[in-house]
Design a protein around this ligand. Structure first.
Ligand code: ZN
Ligand code: ZN
Length: 294
């Protein structure tokens, strides 16, 4: 009896010191470190937590705070995610699309978009939900910067309605959001791509790891940069989170999730990092995608 009690004490001590060392990691805020710890030690708790928060925000919260249409902002009845007027105007990505990144291209004869021809990509394939245009731009800005976290349920539901079978055909072992730098996370309070990956995880029943990748550098906005300059700018901006490094060898296929895809530099760098860490197949999914340049 004493022996088992002794063991338990040592276990607890070890657990506490392991937890404290998590908190000391320089790349994390404390809350983030705590989350990684829970995800790593108790994956089933993490799954339960994701499912609970999905149903809380999707079913319960709209009873008290009605949803607004993501496009025009009009208040919606319970259970409706987009108003009748805006629903037919949603700019879904339609065929023909680039075989690599999923960007709409001008003709079916054109296999790859301009950016994928100039800079071939390392991910296996990609898909996107909406074209990034004047309809979707305000919704994406609200989702990203203005705390409209509830939009993650709308996007996740739309993604499943449109591309669930395609995603399941890729057989991803894990969903991984593109990370944001801890300074941005602290400022905004959340990573929008992570919220999306978490909701998709519940709907697709595929595990998700919110902080498998870390953004180690807070790079300047790269809207003005050309594709090669974007890649160079991002070269050292991402890294595999050291606490998950030993688990990556078990993964065959990862699905990377992000909000907006333009030239694909961010997805490409994240793909290279995951492949460098031993993951064989990377697929990508973006909520919005720019139109091809030709
Ligand atoms: Zn509307
Ligand atoms: Zn492409």
């Amino acid at each position: 009896m004493f022996k088992s009690l002794g063991n338990r004490i040592t276990d607890t001590k070890e657990a506490v010191s392991e937890y404290l060392s998590f908190l000391k990691q320089p790349d994390f805020t404390k809350a983030h470190a705590h989350k990684s710890y829970v995800q790593k030690i108790k994956p089933e708790m993490h799954e339960l937590h994701l499912r609970f928060s999905y149903y809380f925000y999707d079913r319960f919260l709209p009873v008290l705070y009605p949803r607004h249409c993501p496009i025009c902002g009009q208040v919606l009845p319970y259970g409706i995610y987009v108003c009748k007027k805006c629903a037919p105007e949603l700019p879904y990505v339609r065929e023909p699309v680039c075989l690599a990144c999923g960007k709409p291209v001008a003709s079916p004869e054109q296999e790859y978009c301009y950016d994928c021809r100039i800079f071939p990509k390392s991910f296996r394939a990609g898909l996107a939900l909406f074209v990034y245009n004047e309809k979707t731009r305000p919704a994406m800005a609200a989702f990203k910067y203005m705390n409209r976290r509830v939009l993650s349920q709308f996007f996740a539901r739309e993604i499943c309605a449109r591309h669930k079978n395609d995603i399941l055909r890729w057989k991803p072992d894990l969903l991984v959001p593109v990370p944001i730098h801890k300074n941005k996370r602290r400022l905004r309070g959340y990573n929008h791509a992570e919220l999306l990956a978490e909701n998709l995880s519940v709907l697709l029943r595929i595990p998700c790891q919110g902080n498998l990748l870390l953004r180690t550098e807070d790079t300047a906005p790269q809207k003005q940069l050309r594709p090669q300059a974007r890649l160079n700018n991002l070269q050292d901006a991402f890294a595999v989170n050291p606490i998950f490094r030993d688990q990556l060898a078990d993964l065959t296929t990862v699905l990377l999730i992000d909000d907006i895809y333009t030239t694909g530099a961010t997805m490409e760098i994240c793909t290279r990092i995951l492949r460098g860490a031993g993951v064989k197949n990377i697929f990508i999914y973006s909520v919005c995608i720019g139109l091809a340049r030709d």
